[in-house]
Design a protein around this ligand. Structure first.
Ligand code: MG
Length: 272
């Protein structure tokens, strides 16, 4: 349990210029997830809904463990793989989320990711991207073959290298961040980050007020900038005792608090 610490949140989603909305979300303490489905013939919509549905039984829990998240991702993946699909068009989905956990009696954000939906943390006006995309374009940037500016125009920038269901293996990544009442967490599909720069996202997160107003403002801005893709935004604020003395560590500094990924990846080395 996290005595004296909880969350308030807001959600917004829009279809944009697409014919249907293949994003799904669940936002109910202590679990907040966004999934962006892929695959033809409505398969993406079904896939994202399936993985999100797996998280529903975590609603109302006082605290969540990493294994709780991995179990549900794995169950969702199995159900998605079992869907009928035309050859080569298997359904899959991204999954990015934040859940409230506890370490040593202190509240922690458990951040999980597969694919190119994202989690950001805004704390004291500083926005940091927590997750790292599992995408072809991110791999090219990491390899030094593309600059971040070139990446914005890369034609295959929507190609993901990990997903729930589309590949035999499920390889989620996990981060653990100390949680505080000055934290505002953002979970979003790539329909947001494809339209808005981090600077614009940071500004809207900081100036728009409540989590719901903030989510609405972000989605409205993405639509105003073109709305080429489905866009889904969940904004979660930590709420609790004043912690003005707390020094908020940057994402890079909390690596010691981040579980070894291999250790907690239940599918590491496994074949299915
Ligand atoms: Mg998308």
């Amino acid at each position: 349990m996290n005595e004296g610490f909880d969350t308030v949140w807001g959600v917004a989603t829009a279809t944009g210029r697409r014919s249907g909305n293949e994003d799904s979300y669940l936002a109910d303490a202590p679990v907040f997830v966004v999934a962006d489905g892929m695959g033809g013939h409505e398969a993406g919509e079904v896939a994202s809904a399936i993985v999100v549905q797996e998280f529903e039984d975590l609603r109302g829990r006082g605290s969540v463990e990493p294994e709780d998240l991995f179990d549900r991702i794995e169950r969702g993946a199995a159900r998605i793989r079992a869907l009928p699909a035309p050859p080569g068009r298997g359904a899959g989905t991204t999954l990015a989320g934040v859940a409230l956990g506890t370490r040593g009696g202190a509240p922690y954000w458990l951040v999980v990711n597969i694919g190119d939906s994202r989690v950001y943390r805004a704390a004291d006006g500083v926005l940091e991207q927590v997750t790292v995309d599992h995408s072809e374009v991110q791999e090219l940037v990491d390899a030094g073959e593309l600059t971040p500016t070139q990446a914005d125009d890369y034609p295959r920038r929507h190609v993901v290298t990990r997903a729930v269901g589309a590949f035999a293996q499920v390889r989620p990544e996990l981060w653990m961040l100390p949680a505080g009442p000055r934290d505002r967490m953002l979970i979003c599909s790539d329909g947001l980050t494809g339209e808005l720069s981090d600077a614009v996202i940071a500004d809207l997160l900081q100036t728009s007020g409540s989590p719901q107003r903030s989510a609405d403002a972000l989605v409205a801005a993405a639509l105003a900038n073109g709305g080429h893709d489905n866009v889904t935004v969940v904004v979660v604020d930590g709420r609790g005792l004043d912690d003005d003395d707390r020094t908020i560590p940057s994402i890079a500094e909390v690596d010691d608090d981040t579980f070894p990924r291999e250790e907690l990846d239940p599918m590491a080395g496994a074949k299915s």
